[in-house]
Design a protein around this ligand. Structure first.
Ligand code: H79
Length: 603
């Protein structure tokens, strides 16, 4: 299911589910690991409960900060050597100016603790081959090849131990642009002449041994981009880690379906619930390594909502900071992580040690769960202050704001629970409300989607549609600059009138609503005709034919335009269930790639 289906032709496209259109194997409710074991093992317990981790990408590329040999490169900065095709010897000469004299491990860990992260993963060696530690098996290290001369991860390991934060190391086990036999560098070395196994034996396995031997107990070895490694080779890395430190976890990017937990693609959240131990990885801005040209820092509100969304699906969020060449965090990263930590101090009970939501996302936000307690992460307040939780199979006992414990009136009618909110949400980023209940809260998936005039819009995402015929969800992966991957789950393959997608909607308020299709279409899709059918569940639906417009070429390496095309204005006379269907009008090529349907109350 989760086979890391990177194209074997591009050595670099490994393990990260690249390809502009990759079939989505994981539907909601999937499991990572060979058995339920991955979801319950003692070994992954700390990880499954941690929910929030800090990734750190730090190396000579932080010193270059997006500029090398007089050229600026926009995009992921840790790939600068590859983009510039800097000869390995010259990169090494330039790396000798990397001198992070202001690095202070205690300060980093102090920020991490204040941010509320439970683990840190630092790049011990990225694809450039540079060791950020004192390695005996290579001369290309921060100790031997820079004026800094010290081992920063020794200091970091000590500071983490003191603070009780788990430490892990990122290690690029296959790509190494410094070495003649390492993966990825085809500009200095002939790819056809490479002896990868000599590289594993001579550098990467011995360095893994050093990392697991010299820095105390580690939480994770975070492998990345397994490239053309065979299952045996991936297995050798996994076994090496388990043999030296049996409790140390290994990321799924060790390759070939192995690993103790699952990582999704860079910057990707799975579309629905995934059971077992897994992690979504994001970077604070768009680059992993520090870039002077990347100011797209996520606000505390964005981090807090992303964290809640990932937790509501059952996973961890590991968010990255790219420390600068001098050893300091970018000011915005420090500030916004600290602010996130202040929110977590108040609301951490609704994040840490929770599991996925038994009830699907609602127009107001998402949920997390512990036995007896459902946590509502309220992003948007219904205008009338009446928040609806549908499909509630248990008996709601009481509700209160998690921060400040302010009691809120609760009413239950069958499986509908209504909560009366204060006139203003105490936290406009995410107000967490605890609902205590008796009985069993059963997992509900096939419930109609609530559409309400109490919100500015309701989104019907691709992954919530019922698919018929050839209809398929697919992931569109694209990039704005270089390597800053964005992922959009879309419905594709609608080719024939029998390829119908449908949604069950539950309108809670009468009134008029405007319906938009949000899609992307290239020249093979443009011009096709489709039809939207909408009506109360019991009555005959009204048909709204439309023609697909050209939005742009589907190029993986360019921004992808998603158009909101207005399709219908409907009048809902009484609250109740409606059906929405969409299909091609005639047989032919694919209609479009539909990301979502937007329903907006007409004011
Ligand atoms: O460490 C961060 C990235 O540097 C690393 N994973 C995260 C955690 C990563 N390594 N490889 N990739 C991500 C995939 C990169 C693919 C790209 Fe390309 C490199 C896109 C453009 C350049 C390979 C070469 C795919 C297309 C061309």
């Amino acid at each position: 299911m989760f086979s890391l289906q990177g194209k074997k032709t591009a050595v670099l496209a490994c393990g990260l589910l690249f390809g502009s259109l990759t079939g989505i194997a994981q539907q909601p409710d999937q499991l990572w690991g060979k058995s339920a074991e991955a979801g319950t093992s003692e070994k992954t317990k700390w990880f499954r409960e941690a929910k929030f981790g800090l990734f750190l990408h730090w190396g000579p590329y932080a010193h270059f900060a997006g500029e090398i040999r007089g050229k600026r490169y926009y995009g992921i900065s840790e790939w600068i050597m590859n983009r510039d095709k800097t000869p390995a010897a010259e990169y090494a000469r330039l790396a000798a100016d990397f001198n992070p004299t202001e690095f202070n491990a205690e300060e980093w860990v102090d920020i991490a603790r204040a941010a509320g992260v439970k683990y840190i993963v630092l790049t011990a060696k990225h694809h450039d081959g540079f060791a950020m530690f004192d390695s005996k098996v290579s001369d290309f290290t921060i100790v031997k090849a820079t004026p800094y001369k010290k081992d920063p991860i020794k200091a970091l390991a000590a500071a983490c131990k003191k603070a009780g934060i788990k430490l892990g190391f990122y290690y690029s086990q296959f790509q190494d642009w410094h070495e003649p036999n390492g993966g990825g560098n085809g500009w200095d070395f002939d790819n056809k002449k490479k002896d990868y196994s000599a590289y594993y034996r001579g550098k990467s396995l011995p360095q893994i041994t050093e990392l697991l031997s010299n820095y105390g107990d580690l939480g994770i070895i975070w492998f990345d981009t397994p490239g053309n490694m065979s299952k045996e080779e991936s297995g050798a890395f996994l076994e090496k880690v388990h043999q030296l430190q049996p409790d140390c976890l290994v990321s799924s990017r060790v390759g070939n379906g192995l690993g103790d937990f699952k990582d999704f693609g860079d910057g990707e959240v799975p579309p629905g619930i995934v059971k077992g131990a897994w992690e979504a990885i994001f970077t604070h801005n768009d680059s992993w390594g520090y870039s002077a040209f990347d100011q797209n820092f996520k606000s505390p509100k964005e981090i807090i909502r992303l964290l809640a969304d990932v937790a509501s699906k059952g996973g961890n969020l590991m968010m990255n900071i790219g420390p600068m060449g001098n050893g300091k965090f970018p000011a915005q990263s420090e500030k916004y992580f600290r602010t996130t930590g202040e929110w977590l101090k108040q609301n951490g009970e609704g994040i840490y040690q929770t599991s996925y939501a038994p009830i699907p996302p609602q127009p107001w936000g998402v949920m997390t769960h512990k036995p007896g307690k459902l946590y509502l992460h309220v992003f948007d307040r219904p205008h009338n202050g009446k928040l609806l939780i549908p499909a509630f199979t248990a008996k709601a006992v009481k509700a209160y704001t998690l921060a400040g414990k302010k009691a809120l009136p609760v009413q239950q009618q069958g499986k509908d629970v209504w909560i009366s909110l204060p006139a203003v949400l105490p936290d406009e980023r995410n107000t967490v409300i605890t609902v205590e209940y008796n009985g069993a809260l059963e997992e509900q998936n096939a419930v109609p989607m609530v559409v309400s005039a109490q919100y500015e819009r309701t989104i019907l995402p691709a992954q919530s549609a019922v698919l018929n015929g050839n209809a398929q969800t697919k992931k569109m992966t694209h990039s704005y600059y270089f390597g800053d991957w964005k992922h959009a789950v879309c419905i594709g393959n609608l080719q024939d009138p029998a390829d119908v997608i449908s949604y069950r909607l539950r309108f809670t308020d009468p009134g008029d609503y405007k319906v938009y299709l949000n899609y992307t279409a290239d020249s093979t899709n443009a011009g096709r005709e489709g039809v939207l059918e909408l009506g109360p569940a019991a009555k005959e639906a009204k048909q709204y034919p439309f023609q697909v417009l050209f939005t742009g070429r589907h190029d993986t390496h360019k921004p992808l335009l998603f158009l909101d095309q207005a399709m219908a204005v409907i009048s809902v006379a009484t609250p109740g269930e409606w059906t929405l269907k969409l299909r091609p009008l005639k047989s032919g090529g694919e209609l479009f790639k539909l990301q979502q349907i937007v329903v907006e109350p007409v004011r």
